[in-house]
Design a protein around this ligand. Structure first.
Ligand code: ATP
Length: 359
């Protein structure tokens, strides 16, 4: 059945990446419908809100959403896609493509996925003044001070729940089985300092992997993991981690491939998924048509897989890989001098030239 895909372009450089990619995808999926929920600044001027009910309905009735990236105006739509749709698993692959400008001497064989818990941790957005917490009369385990001794200051709440952790670890284990690669799950926390929250995450993870005895399991403290990702990235398969560490480690992963322009991402829930590059809006290069669209293309590959367009997904991945192998249409972040549109055109050319992958 033909699919409906909602597109939210986002701000700054993001539309420069997403527009040519949607054009490319439209050729690949001639039967698909592309809808554009009106959000952000244009919705504000028309509906006096950045996320009107019409936009929500448009997202709800679509099979999925392809999102550019937001610096704020499309933030309400993004919050709906995450917390409204409960897309709890943020999957961020890091796979080396021959020809990409990795700073490593031997990047061949890098192929791991970060599975970041997407709804909890410090991202619940519960912050405030320390005075609000004085009633707790709690003494910090390490600093041995109570709240009132700190004077004026702020706090942020870190939430790790049993159900949230169980479902993300289970998701990571299922993914390790499906990838059928190293069949390994690495849990990353800071349980030595945060035994109540990260210690809980790790404890739950250890319990869940008991149901997956066919998988190898290991755990690292996040700072150690950051170092290992640089020193021996080929050792990783599926990394499962709370929200904030996942966000930070995925930029490390982008760095392993030479730039954030390579960092794709998909956010999956029980009944919905949306896809967006892991990088931000790259405001410093907005208007130059030089944003690397690879992260958007690879996010689209994940979207095609989600929509069961498996062979088209593989074709698009292979064409992108081919452009890196040729090395002549790369964007400046990858050491080339091609524009965003040149890169997408080169992928389009490869799609036409390479033999079709049967479905
Ligand atoms: P966020 O906090 O939302 O991740 P940010 O402003 O911290 O956003 P980015 O927008 O990701 O970070 O940009 C960080 C740097 O990486 C900038 O110099 C930007 O130009 C560069 N960058 C990010 N994405 C790309 C891309 N796709 N192609 C080229 N450069 C990029």
């Amino acid at each position: 059945m033909a699919k409906t895909i909602a597109v939210i372009e986002g701000e700054d450089s993001a539309p420069e990446a997403i527009r040519p990619v949607v054009e490319l995808l439209s050729n690949l999926l001639p039967d698909a419908s592309w809808v554009y929920p009106e959000v952000g600044e244009s919705a504000m001027s028309k509906f006096s809100t950045t996320f009107p009910p019409e936009a929500r309905e448009c997202i709800d009735s679509a099979d999925t959403t392809l999102f550019g990236s937001t610096s704020g105006p499309s933030g309400a739509a993004l919050r709906y896609l995450r917390w409204g749709k409960e897309t709890f698993a943020n999957v961020r692959p890091c796979k080396y493509m021959t020809g990409c400008s990795s700073p490593l001497q031997s990047p061949e064989g890098i192929d791991f996925v970060i599975v970041r818990e997407n709804l909890e941790d410090l991202y619940v957005g519960m912050e405030g003044g320390l005075g609000e917490l004085e009633f707790l009369e709690k003494v910090g385990r390490t600093a041995r001070r109570n709240i009132s001794q700190y004077g004026t200051g702020r706090y942020a709440v870190k939430v790790i729940t049993e159900a949230g952790t169980q479902r993300i670890v289970r998701f990571a284990c299922e993914l390790a089985r499906k990838r059928n690669s190293k069949r390994k799950v690495t849990c990353v926390t800071k349980h030595n300092m945060l035994s109540e929250t990260d210690g809980y995450f790790l404890e739950i993870a250890k319990g869940i992997v008991g149901d997956y005895l066919d998988l190898e399991f290991e755990s690292f403290i996040v700072d150690d993991c950051a170092c290992r990702l640089v020193l021996e990235p080929q050792a990783f398969d599926v990394v499962v981690t709370p929200n904030l560490y996942g966000d930070i480690l995925s930029d490390v992963a982008g760095g392993l491939l030479g730039s954030l322009g390579m960092a794709a991402s998909g956010c999956y829930g029980q009944n919905y998924a949306y896809f967006e590059p892991a990088h931000g809006t790259a405001p410093d290069i907005a208007g130059t048509n030089t944003i690397n669209p690879t992260a958007t293309i690879l996010s689209a590959v994940m979207m095609l897989e989600y929509l069961d367009y498996e062979s088209i997904a593989r074709q698009l991945y292979r064409a992108t890989e081919h452009v890196y192998q040729q090395g002549i249409s790369l964007t400046p972040d990858q050491g080339g001098n091609a524009s965003t549109s040149d890169f997408v055109d080169a992928v389009g050319d490869c799609l036409e030239r390479l033999p079709r992958i049967p479905s």
